[in-house]
Design a protein around this ligand. Structure first.
Ligand code: URA
Length: 237
């Protein structure tokens, strides 16, 4: 891949990008035996040989981290929030810079994956993979057979029909019920909008699984690293 020389030096841990620029300008860096002082020079990180002070500079292979967080309500999954609300990344104390895989609403809790593996994020969030996400929802009222069939066929949300979804009633109370809902997309506020469409709005929503990966008994606000087996499972989806 073609990368700027100062970025290559920074990624290899030689110096910050700005300091790397200084090193280049001071003639400390060579590419394939020729000293390069021009900023913005691009190199091929696979085939070119970069030297700093005569010593070969190699990129360490990037360390990927894969994390599951039990997101509490009251946190945003965006890194920058216009209202300055707390972000999920504040809860994940690892030295690598990780990003949420997809989103969970501010008022939704539960399983959220975070990683610095951009390829996996792309895969898990791409609609073509149709990865099942499972939620426990507290709903106003109790959906009847008709509503359940509507879910099975897909519900119109924002002018577009959703893919078939599943809803199973787990427990009924006087005014509410608890339901297990499974969808295969990640459209904005999709579960909430689907439940509104069948006139049983969501009072509480928690994601409990992504594919076969389960939240289990991970406490709210806590995170854990995925096991190798779990990472392999996600990569093979
Ligand atoms: N569906 C929603 O409505 N909200 C979420 O956070 C996730 C899925």
């Amino acid at each position: 891949m073609q990368v700027r020389l100062q970025k290559y030096l920074a990624d290899a841990g030689i110096a910050s990008r700005r300091k790397a620029e200084e090193l280049i300008q001071r003639g400390k860096v060579s590419v394939n035996g020729t000293v390069v002082t021009e900023l913005g020079t691009k190199i091929d990180d696979k085939t070119d040989t970069v030297r700093y002070n005569g010593k070969i500079v190699k990129l360490e292979s990037k360390k990927y981290v894969y994390i599951m967080l039990n997101k509490p309500e009251g946190f945003v999954t965006t890194v920058k929030d216009q209202f300055n609300r707390p972000a999920v990344t504040d809860l994940v104390k690892v030295k690598e810079r990780v990003f949420p895989v997809g989103r969970l609403d501010y008022d939704t809790s539960g399983l959220l994956l975070l990683t610095n593996d951009g390829d996996l994020t792309y895969k898990l969030t791409h609609p073509k993979h149709e990865i099942e996400k499972t939620y426990i929802a507290k709903l106003f009222g109790t959906p009847d057979v008709n509503d359940i069939n509507k879910f099975k066929r897909g519900v119109h949300v924002d002018g577009r029909k959703t893919l078939p979804a599943k809803i199973e009633i787990l427990e009924k109370e006087e005014k509410y019920c608890y339901a297990k809902i499974t969808i295969k997309e990640g459209r904005n506020r999709q579960v909430r909008k689907m439940c509104e469409a069948i006139k049983h709005p969501v009072a509480m929503l928690q994601r409990v699984a992504t594919g076969e990966l389960e939240l289990g008994d991970l406490p709210k606000g806590k995170f854990r690293h995925l096991t190798d087996k779990e990472v392999r499972y996600l990569k093979n989806l």
